[in-house]
Design a protein around this ligand. Structure first.
Ligand SMILES: CC(C)(COP(=O)(O)OP(=O)(O)OC[C@H]1O[C@@H](n2cnc3c(N)ncnc32)[C@H](O)[C@@H]1OP(=O)(O)O)[C@@H](O)C(=O)NCCC(=O)NCCS
Length: 331
């Protein structure tokens, strides 16, 4: 792939709300057990937003931490691409709320909806503006308040998700660093297996949509599970092969965190040992667009990634959407 200018990540930060919901807490709400959740999903606890805390608030906290870390003046930001499926409101876009709160006076921005692939999609979209040479500093944010759309009577779904946000800064890179390649696809036939039907233009909010619990996440878990394992490993192999790399060249796989069994099955297919795979689902659950930047943040904080390392992001989400971004870590 020939970019005129490559885009590189120059900083990453994250935010999770302080309140923790453990599996033991869930045992009090639905018929489940810590043992079932741990063995079937790998999740031990997740963070949940307090009433009044929304996607924009978490995104703002993550972004403020990022601006401080990278010593960036908010007035320098040119563009904000914010991935979410749980915006504060239908409109204005959550990106606009964040723009105002952080004082990014010059930036334009928009929200992007690709569910659990949202951050990977947003990273690629943001990178295009850097590569075009028209934008110098692009903020890419993934933020979701999944607890706002969870049915706490549906035990197979409510135990999986948590709330959280992460953000990265994209800037121009030298030709051998930053984003090397990406690939994304959509398989709309997957729409039947993971969706939230109520409150949109097809089923506007009404007493009926509430009574039928249509404003919550619905899923066929086993269908999603099989698709995710197959496509995450296919996407990872595709991007490595296409760019002439093998699994041995890879320093770190940063997969979407939906279920630890999906992550382990994916890495097994790729022949990667645990030291090369980010897995933090035990602490956060599935934060949808938040998982990838939170994973990158944890990897940086734990000293698992350094300048020059080959890093591969892979995601699968509702849609179905699949994403992959291959990058040479730049700091
Ligand atoms: C949802 C998921 C955890 C279910 O795990 P699973 O191993 O496939 O389990 P099953 O659906 O086969 O259910 C097995 C049993 O556990 C039960 N069960 C489901 N959730 C449970 C829970 N929280 N606690 C206890 N038992 C539960 C089921 O009712 C079923 O019981 P039954 O055999 O008596 O009918 C798993 O399919 C999954 O993670 N799928 C992907 C979902 C996802 O990631 N969505 C977002 C994608 S981005």
């Amino acid at each position: 792939m020939s970019h005129r200018i490559a885009a590189k990540i120059t900083g990453v930060a994250g935010y999770v709300p302080p309140k923790v919901m453990t599996n033991a807490d869930l045992e009090k709400i639905v018929e489940t057990s810590d043992e079932w959740i741990r063995t079937r999903t790998g999740i031990r606890e997740r963070h949940v937003a307090a009433k009044g805390t929304a996607t924009s608030h978490m995104a703002t906290e993550a972004t403020k931490a990022l601006l401080a870390e990278t010593k960036t003046d908010p007035a320098e930001i040119d563009l904000i691409v914010l991935a979410t499926v749980t915006p504060d409101m239908f409109f204005p876009a959550t990106a606009c709320l964040v723009q105002e709160r952080i004082g990014a006076k010059k930036a334009w921005g928009f929200d992007l909806s690709a569910a659990c692939s949202g951050f990977a999609y947003a990273l690629t979209v943001g990178a295009q503006f850097v590569s075009a040479g028209t934008h110098r500093k692009v903020l890419v944010i993934g933020s979701d308040t999944m607890t706002s759309v969870l049915d706490y009577t549906d035990r197979a779904t409510c135990v999986l998700f948590g709330d959280g946000a992460g953000a990265v800064l994209l800037e121009a890179a030298g030709s051998s660093e930053g984003i090397l390649d990406f690939a994304h696809d959509v398989d709309g036939s997957g729409g039947a297996f993971l969706y939230m039907p109520g409150g949109g233009s097809l089923h506007p909010s009404s007493q009926e949509t509430v009574q039928k619990r249509m404003h919550y996440v619905h899923q066929e878990g086993s269908q999603v599970f099989k698709y995710a394992v197959r496509r995450m490993s296919e996407m990872a192999s595709h991007l490595l092969n296409k760019n002439g790399f093998t699994k041995d060249d890879l320093k770190l796989l940063v997969p979407h965190q939906a279920n630890l069994r999906i992550i382990r099955a994916t890495q097994e297919r790729l022949g990667l040992d645990d030291s090369k795979v980010v897995a933090n689902i035990d602490r956060y659950g599935n934060t949808t667009a938040g998982t990838i930047p939170l994973g990158l943040r944890d990897a940086v904080e734990q000293g698992r990634v350094h300048k020059g390392d080959l890093v591969l992001i892979v995601t699968v989400g509702a849609g179905y959407t699949t994403g992959g971004v291959l990058l040479r870590w730049a700091y």
